[in-house]
Design a protein around this ligand. Structure first.
Ligand code: PXL
Length: 297
C-alpha cells in the first residue's frame, strides 16, 4: 500500500493527568501529520513528577502479546520511539522490539528518560541506568537531557561545564553507538544575569556539532522532553534537516514554556500544549541554529 501517512511506534506510558509521555507524544505527532501507534508500557493516574500516591498498572507482562499481534499483522514503522520505561525487563522488551521491527530505512529514537536537574527520577534505579547504556547502542538518535548525559557517562553533574568539555562528552558517548546525540537543557552561564539553556547535538556520520540557544527561564515542567523529541521526530519525518528539526523542537518548547510561565500555572500539570499545538504547522521564522567549531579529538 502506498505510504500516505508515516507511522511511529511509540513505546511510552499513558499517564492520565499531567501532560507527559503518550499524552504529549500523540497530540504533537498527530498535529504534524504522523500516525502514532502506542505500545503502552504502563498506565498511571498521573506522571510521577510532583504527584504523590499515583496509581500504577504495570503492563510489562502484556507487552509481548501486544507485540506478537503487531508481528502477525506484518506492521512496519517509519520510526520506533521509546521514552520513559518502568523496569529493566521493559528495556529488554524494547531492545527485542528494535531487533524485530528496526531496519535500515526506519529511524530508531531512544529517549533515555531517567532524571532531571542532576537527580534520578524516584522510580529509576542504578540497574535502569546500566541497562539504558545498552539500549542506546541500538538507536540512531538519542535525546538525553544534560542530567541523563551525565548518568550515561558516569560523569558528575556539573552545571558549569564549558562548551568544549560538553562536546567532548557527547563525542565520547557517540562511541557507544548512536549516530546522532541531541542533549537538551545544557546550562550556559555567561554572567549572573545572562543564563541560557541550550541544545547541543553531534552528528557522528557528518562529524558536526549543532547548537540552539534559549534564554534560561527559571522553571521546569515535567513532560517537556517528550514534546521536544516528538517535534524533532515529526520534523525529521517531514524531511527537514537535522539542525532544522532541532531548531523547530527547541523553538516549540521555548514557546510552550513562555506560554505557561506567564500564568501562575502549576508546573506539575505540564506545559500548556493545547494552546501551542497550532504553531507546529507554521513556518519557523526565528531560526537560530549554529554550527559549532569541531575542535574535539
Ligand atoms: O516525561 C517523563 C515521564 C514520563 N512518564 C512518567 C513520568 C515522567 C517524568 O516524571 O513520571 C510516568
Amino acid at each position: 500500500m502506498e505510504k500516505v501517512i508515516k507511522k511511529v511506534a511509540a513505546i511510552h506510558d499513558l499517564s492520565g493527568f499531567g501532560r507527559s509521555s503518550l499524552t504529549s507524544v500523540i497530540p504533537v505527532l498527530s498535529n504534524m501529520g504522523i500516525q502514532v501507534c502506542p505500545l503502552p508500557t504502563a498506565i498511571l493516574s498521573t506522571h510521577t513528577g510532583g504527584f504523590k500516591d499515583f496509581s500504577f498498572v504495570d503492563l510489562t507482562d502484556n507487552m509481548p502479546d501486544f507485540i506478537n499481534h503487531w508481528k502477525n499483522l506484518n506492521l512496519e514503522f517509519d520510526c520506533i520511539y521509546s521514552g520513559f520505561l518502568g523496569s529493566p525487563k521493559q528495556i529488554d522488551i524494547v531492545s527485542d522490539f528494535i531487533d524485530f521491527f528496526g531496519n535500515r530505512s526506519n529511524l530508531i529514537v531512544v529517549d533515555p528518560v531517567m532524571g532531571d536537574e542532576g537527580k534520578l527520577y524516584n522510580t529509576m534505579g542504578k540497574d535502569m541506568v546500566y541497562k539504558m547504556k545498552n539500549l542506546i547502542k541500538k538507536a540512531d538518535i538519542i535525546t538525553p537531557n544534560f542530567t541523563e548525559l551525565c548518568l550515561l557517562l558516569n560523569e558528575k553533574y556539573n552545571p558549569n561545564i564549558s562548551e568544549k568539555e560538553i562536546k567532548s562528552w557527547i563525542f565520547n558517548l557517540s562511541k557507544m553507538g548512536p549516530n546522532i546525540i541531541i542533549v537538551t537543557s545544557v546550562p550556559e552561564e555567561r554572567s549572573a544575569l545572562e543564563k541560557f539553556s541550550n541544545v547541543i547535538a553531534y552528528d557522528k556520520k557528518n562529524d558536526v556539532f549543532w547548537k540552539t540557544t534559549c534564554k534560561f527561564i527559571p522553571t521546569s515542567y515535567p513532560g517537556t522532553g517528550d514534546s521536544f523529541t516528538s517535534v524533532l521526530i515529526g520534523s525529521l519525518l517531514q524531511n527537514d534537516s537535522l539542525p532544522m528539526a532541532i531548531d523547530k523542537a527547541t523553538n516549540f518548547i521555548n514557546q510552550c514554556i513562555r506560554a505557561s510561565y506567564g500564568f501562575k500555572y502549576p508546573n506539575r500539570e505540564g506545559i500548556l500544549l493545547e494552546k501551542m499545538l497550532p504553531i507546529l504547522n507554521m513556518p519557523l521564522v526565528n531560526s537560530n541554529y549554529e554550527l559549532l567549531e569541531n575542535d574535539i579529538k
